[in-house]
Design a protein around this ligand. Structure first.
Ligand code: HMG
Ligand code: MG
Length: 298
């Protein structure tokens, strides 16, 4: 009972570029997002309105968001940690606001400099203001399957954070395996409970591929009826405040698997590879996905 169609949320311009040592010039980011917009993707997380000292790679968020061509069929989203970030996001007229926090105390502190309980009112304020500006809000919860500082996080603790964000009014929850520690068994144990608790159409999974388990975890999520996945083209990605975190599941590998299973995504594999090779040129290195390894060998 796999879904007929899956929605892919491309996070390469944000999760991908935030973890690269090299800072890509603004115009190149814009060119890349414009090329991504021509691949059939319906959702692109374009940048992040966080503090430029914390993530210097994305300090040009306003310029990028204002500079890209907006395809009306695509939702352009961005990360927003607080009211200050929201002001910039609104100035840039981003389509959807993504708030984020962790289910583990230590990663939350290291990543956004606040305890979990101090984060809730900050995010509530952002969600309320975004609603007043008629912007939808997505909520990320990180370290769902494990924390780089605390190890395993209990399902109860994860649900506590997710429940609160839903109560504040997020329209979709993205469950993050920040450091790529999940296994299909763990995903099954988690989703078994999550699909009873939440509307399945409001849940997305965000797998990092640190231990090579991301596609296996996607496959297990499909068994539970999950229809939305975050991924980054070429397997870019990682959180600078989560030691050992590496790339997201690669969009090109993910659609290769889905298309071979007869599941539609609306994305053109050839155009996607074109966009990935553009980023290889900008970064002057091969991207880590399997599809790009095949492409580069030809
Ligand atoms: P802070 O230093 O505690 O901020 O940082 P503050 O509220 O104390 O303010 C200090 C100064 O920063 C003030 O300026 C603010 O105006 C300014 P001053 O008055 O001193 O001149 N400031 C800002 N400036 C620009 N943009 C802003 C902003 N906010 C405050 N938005 C903060 C707290 C949250 C801002 C900081 O910790 C931060 O930016 N963290 C972001 C870290 C990050 O981006 N991590 C990666 C993304 S999360 C991720 O990758 C996981 C995910 O992919 C899912 C998964 O894989 O699990 C989503
Ligand atoms: Mg991530």
């Amino acid at each position: 009972n796999w879904p007929e169609k899956v929605t892919i949320k491309e996070v390469g311009p944000r999760d991908g570029l935030q973890n690269e040592k090299v800072i890509i010039p603004t115009q190149r980011k814009i060119d890349w997002i414009n090329q991504l917009s021509d691949t059939g993707l319906s959702y692109i997380e374009a940048t992040s309105f966080v503090h430029p000292k914390w993530i210097p790679q994305l300090s040009d968020a306003v310029e990028v968001a204002k500079g890209i061509n907006r395809n009306p069929d695509i939702t352009y989203a961005a990360l927003v940690p607080n009211q200050r970030g929201l002001e910039s996001a609104l100035e840039a007229d981003i389509d959807e606001i993504s708030v984020f926090m962790s289910s583990s105390e230590t990663h939350n502190l290291k990543n956004i400099n606040k305890t979990i309980s101090d984060t809730f009112p900050v995010l509530k304020e952002v969600i309320d203001s975004a609603a007043r500006s008629r912007k939808s809000v997505r909520g990320y919860v990180s370290t769902v399957f494990g924390c780089p500082y605390e190890g395993e996080v209990s399902i109860e603790q994860v649900f506590k954070v997710c429940d609160q964000l839903f109560e504040y009014g997020i329209n979709e929850l993205s469950l993050g395996d920040t450091i790529g520690v999940a296994s299909p068994r763990q995903v099954a144990l988690f989703l078994e409970q999550a699909v009873k608790r939440y509307d399945i159409d409001r849940i997305a999974l965000h797998f990092h591929d640190t231990r090579g388990m991301a596609l296996a975890n996607v496959l297990k999520s499909l068994d539970y009826g999950i229809k939305t996945f975050d991924s980054a083209l070429g397997g870019l990605g990682g959180c600078p405040y989560a030691p050992g975190a590496s790339g997201n599941v690669a969009t090109d590998d993910l659609i290769h698997m889905l298309h071979n299973m007869g599941i539609h995504t609306g994305i053109d594999q050839g155009k996607l590879i074109g966009a990935a090779s553009m980023m290889q040129r900008f970064l002057e290195k091969p991207l880590p996905s399997h599809q790009m390894a095949v492409y580069n060998a030809q």
